[in-house]
Design a protein around this ligand. Structure first.
Ligand code: SAH
Ligand code: SF4
Length: 442
């Protein structure tokens, strides 16, 4: 989860229409919530077939090359031409960002009309966009069925990172994670995942322009992190297909080393992720004993630390140049002692790794507090001395809970009391903001 420069998010902008030609209207603070936005239901079965929910046309966004080939043939493309047509349509969609078949000028006019009759190029819809003084952008995006997810774009001097979501909500209930207090609504489709990247490229004018060579201008979206809402390895196929599209050299063309998938530790899928996606891996580690990790990251009860480390050692891409990132959220008095730091170093021995220390991002009702800056520094120091990079992620976005996925989950936070969250986390007594509450009642 990436955090935003929330304090700097002072220029809210409301996007009125979707598609490429969007109109923006400045909104006052009290209008930040779209009054027409539906309230997300707890669990909703939605039609997953594009044809069943949109214009009746098949959406081409998110189809693998093979699937694209099949639908083009089904729509009357001669088999002998299919490979070439896939390449052409692919380039228009993923290299140039075109949404209208009429603009695909290297295709015959009647073929364009045929495509237009059968297909569409449809993206999720941006509901609101916030731009911070430091250039960070946050988009609230509506997907089919009226559900919403967030996308965050963080520009840095040498790169621009986009944090995308893989699910609406999450079935896992990590006790420190705001998204974990939401109930899963549904998995995103591959089109909705790659669509998040495309929306950001629209907004940043990051497509290859007419007459411009690919890569001529520096890429604004140069890195992808699957660290928004959801557990990507519980939506494996859609995430894989979307990332394959993002990596395809004829389109969005991001190197696999610029894509990082973060998982809470779905052990049986980790090897597959290396084999079938081949991207960089980040692990939400967060604790050095099973007892604590069971409480923080409950999936640990299914696959414990030993099983997780075994899977990481077998990760196909593992090498000194492609290290695994261990994410470690710093929770006051829970996982932040010097002993924890030493245990962490011992546990990851033999795994090319870097450790990303994340100061806990507090949210209303959260049963934890952030470790003090001194504690975090001392912890980082032990890891650093053991020979590992141990960057501390700068806490930003504290006042508006701007972590990926948090804006949406804020609408759901009333659903669980902090006592319930504490009880689920197996915490007998929890300190919250300076006072003590028991799991039985607050
Ligand atoms: N489900 C995946 C990816 C999304 S969460 C996973 O768990 O890895 C992305 C990262 O944000 C994870 O490392 C998660 O542990 C961390 N995170 C979640 N809530 C947080 C909070 N309140 N403060 C700091 N980090 C948090
Ligand atoms: Fe889900 Fe990741 Fe949050 Fe855990 S930390 S609840 S796996 S999104």
């Amino acid at each position: 989860m990436l955090t935003l420069a929330a304090a700097a998010l002072r220029a809210p902008v409301f996007m009125v229409s979707s598609g490429r030609k969007n109109t923006y209207m400045a909104r006052s603070e009290d209008m930040m919530t779209d009054p027409t936005a539906p309230i997300t239901q707890d669990v909703l079965t939605l039609p997953r077939n594009a044809a069943a929910e949109g214009s009746g046309k098949v959406n081409l966004v998110g189809l693998t090359r093979e699937a694209l080939r099949e639908v083009l043939i089904a729509a009357g493309t001669p088999e002998k031409q299919a490979k070439m047509r896939v390449g052409q349509v692919w380039q228009w969609i993923y290299q140039k960002g075109v949404r209208d078949f009429a603009e695909m000028t290297n295709l015959a006019k009647d073929y364009r009309a045929r495509l237009d009759a059968a297909f569409e190029i449809r993206l999720p819809e941006i509901v609101t966009k916030q731009v911070s003084d430091d250039g960070t952008r946050k988009y609230l995006v509506r997907i089919a069925g009226g559900h919403e997810v967030e996308i965050v774009y963080i520009p840095e001097t040498d790169r621009g990172t986009l944090c995308v979501s893989s699910q609406v909500g999450c079935t896992l209930t990590c006790s420190f994670c705001h998204t974990g207090t939401q109930k899963l609504v549904r998995n995103l489709t591959a089109g909705e995942i790659v669509g998040q990247i495309m929306l950001a490229r629209d907004d940043l004018d990051d497509w290859t322009r007419a007459g411009e060579g690919m890569g001529e201008r520096p890429r604004l979206v140069s890195n992808i992190v699957l660290m928004g809402m959801g557990e990507p390895l519980y939506n494996f196929d859609a995430v894989r297909d979307a990332m394959k599209i993002a990596m395809d050299g004829e389109g969005i063309s991001l190197s696999r080393r610029r894509i990082t998938l973060s998982t809470s530790g779905v052990v049986p899928e980790i090897f597959r992720a290396g084999e079938e996606i081949g991207c960089m891996l980040a692990i939400s580690f967060h604790a050095t004993t099973d007892e604590t990790r069971d409480k923080l990251v409950p999936i640990n009860k299914r696959w414990n630390i030993e099983a997780l480390l075994g899977a990481l050692k077998a990760y196909p891409k593992l090498s000194n140049s492609e290290r695994i990132t261990f994410e470690y959220v710093m929770l006051d008095g829970v996982n932040d002692t010097d002993d924890d730091a030493r245990r962490l170093v011992r546990l990851i021995g033999g795994i090319p790794a870097k450790i990303n220390l994340i100061p806990f991002n507090e949210w209303p009702g959260a049963p934890y507090k952030r470790s003090s800056p001194e504690r975090i520094k001392a912890f980082a120091n032990i890891i650093y001395k053991a020979g590992y990079a141990s960057p501390i992620r700068t806490p930003r976005g504290e006042d508006i809970m701007a972590a990926c996925g948090q804006l949406k989950s804020a609408t759901e936070r009333a659903r669980k009391s902090r006592a319930e969250i504490a009880a689920e986390a197996g915490l007998g007594e929890v300190r919250i903001g300076g006072y003590v509450t028991g799991a039985g009642g607050a």
